[in-house]
Design a protein around this ligand. Structure first.
Ligand SMILES: *[C@@H]1O[C@H](CO)[C@@H](O)[C@H](O)[C@H]1NC(C)=O
Ligand SMILES: *[C@@H]1O[C@H](CO)[C@@H](O)[C@H](O)[C@H]1NC(C)=O
Ligand SMILES: *[C@@H]1O[C@H](CO)[C@@H](O)[C@H](O)[C@H]1NC(C)=O
Ligand SMILES: *[C@@H]1O[C@H](CO)[C@@H](O)[C@H](O)[C@H]1NC(C)=O
Length: 472
């Protein structure tokens, strides 16, 4: 039996651990919004898959190695991102330290629930064979593992499953996976973490694909997507809004009733990449249709899309693309990006009908496959194959790895800055990123250490909680 003050002290310490948390993001109409302030949230992100798909072995994943996450979160704070997408996760690994580091850095996560390892994916050539109870060990495992972290922004039910090789029933299976995931989330989660699909830019079916996933169907009320991701690489080099075809994409997406964002962008046909598309994507016109995007991709792999290169000797080199993207981000008008717009948030969903999906060569219908045997029971009882992750204590610290800039000069003082309660990372805060000088801020929680937004509810919440504890 602990005396009362001991319990209060223990509780206060526990609070210190979890107090610095980002505010969960929710979907409102066609925008993502901060669930406390109502501010709009646009994705300023990178796709994060160190090692690429070939590194996927189930024994480690991009969120299982603490020191690597510390290094990358510190560098991403300087870059100015607020979101990472992770493709290949193993549900049974412990992700607490990495997720807590990204949370402390003010960075959200969009997670693909699938894995390239059998049975963790839907086979696009025979979806009826892979849509089974074993598949849901991966899918519900990821939901369970990540459901309690405040910086889990969203789940992708599928990535480019519909492509040239897919059979015509594939969209129905993806919509069925969305249905099953959302029923699971509705039963077992404290908040409705959004579920969506990440589409390849296949123009002849793109509009139909969006319409197919976003519309609401009375017969399958849980099956629609909460948001839509588009992987598109049509802006190369010094392209323009028109020459890149981004104007066409904007026109196509502008009537979407759910948030749409680039789940991959960053053509590498012209190198180095200058990322001039950043000004268009977050500019006044495109921001009516898109909620930002994720640059493909953080680490340099054999396909040559990296912002940083992991060297064999354990050091890391920032490529010139890293500096270019950082400069583009720093020019953005964050006040405008964050401004809420009631004509976006009050928008009404569309109802599914056959004429929504008869514009291109898309052939599918809204009759979804029934749940495979055993899946309804998993949804009702919950999946107990993995434990729910939880935040652990994180402190501001220098990273142990050596960092080089693109000229090969050492960059010192790279530091993870733990942001204040409710803050998320934004571009432009950390201005001393050049070689030789300190590039991280030395202040802990200092004003705009990494361009943070402060939400004034934190102290009130802590005070109220402490008061309630004392009343025990
Ligand atoms: C819908 O698609 C399924 C499989 O693709 C097919 O068996 C079924 O006949 C279709 N239903 C309608 C109403 O067209
Ligand atoms: C709000 O959204 C509407 C519809 O997209 C748009 O026409 C209007 O310009 C937006 N307002 C602002 C201030 O961006
Ligand atoms: C590590 O490797 C990089 C890239 O090959 C090289 O530039 C750097 O000098 C090496 N650093 C050390 C400490 O060996
Ligand atoms: C069909 O395509 C045309 C031309 O691309 C477009 O104007 C129209 O809005 C589309 N209709 C639907 C229902 O998607």
């Amino acid at each position: 039996m602990i005396p009362t003050y001991g319990r209060v002290l223990a509780a206060a310490c526990a609070l210190a651990t979890t107090a610095n948390a980002v505010v969960p993001i929710e979907v409102k109409g066609k925008d993502f919004v901060n669930s406390e302030t109502g501010d709009r949230f646009q994705v300023l992100g990178v796709d994060y898959q160190p090692g690429g798909t070939s590194a996927v072995d189930g024994k480690s994943d991009p969120l299982s190695e603490r020191d690597e996450c510390l290094r990358d979160a510190a560098l991403m704070q300087q870059l100015g991102v607020n979101t990472i997408r992770i493709y290949n996760l193993a549900p049974e690994l412990n992700h607490d330290e990495c997720v807590s580091i990204f949370n402390a850095a003010g960075i959200y996560m969009i997670l693909d629930v699938n894995s390239p390892l059998y049975p963790g994916y839907i086979d696009r050539t025979a979806p009826w064979e892979s849509y089974n109870k074993d598949y849901y060990g991966q899918v519900f495992g990821i939901i369970e593992a990540f459901k309690d972290y405040p910086n889990t922004l969203a789940f992708f039910a599928g990535n480019e499953v519909i492509n040239e090789d897919s059979v015509e029933e594939v969209p129905q299976y993806i919509r069925a996976v969305q249905r099953d995931m959302k029923e699971y989330i509705d039963k077992h989660l404290d908040r409705p973490i959004p579920v969506g699909y990440s589409a390849a830019d296949i123009r002849p079916i793109l509009e139909d694909t969006l319409n197919y996933f976003m519309c609401e169907d009375e017969d399958e009320p849980m099956s629609h997507a909460d948001f839509f991701g588009l992987n598109s690489y049509s802006w190369c080099g010094d392209a323009s809004y028109k020459s890149s075809g981004f104007d066409v994409l904007t026109e196509m997406m502008t009537d979407a009733t759910i948030p749409v964002f680039f789940s991959e962008y960053g053509c590498n046909e012209v190198q180095p990449r200058k990322f001039t598309e950043v000004q268009a994507i977050y500019g006044e016109e495109m921001a009516q249709a898109f909620s930002g995007g994720l640059v493909y991709e953080y680490t340099q792999e054999s396909n040559d899309y990296g912002l940083v290169k992991l060297n064999d000797n354990g050091t890391i080199s920032l490529l010139v693309d890293f500096e270019n993207l950082k400069e583009q981000y720093a020019k953005l008008d964050m006040d405008r990006i964050r401004a809420s717009n009631s004509s976006h948030t009050d928008i009404k969903p569309v109802t599914c009908s056959a004429d929504l999906i008869q514009n291109g060569t898309f052939s599918s219908n809204f009759t979804l496959p029934a749940k495979p045997p055993g899946v309804q029971k998993l949804i009702d009882d919950g999946y107990d194959g993995v434990d729910a992750g939880k935040l652990v204590d994180v402190e501001s610290e220098d990273i142990p790895q050596t960092v080089y800039n693109h000229r090969g000069e050492e960059v010192t003082g790279v530091r993870l800055n733990v942001l204040a309660e409710g803050a998320s990372n934004e571009p432009g805060g950390s201005t001393s990123g050049s070689s030789g000088s300190g590039s991280g801020s030395d202040e802990e929680d200092g004003p705009n250490a990494a361009g943070m937004v402060t939400v004034p509810v934190g102290l009130a919440t802590v005070a109220a909680t402490l008061f309630a504890l004392v009343m025990l």
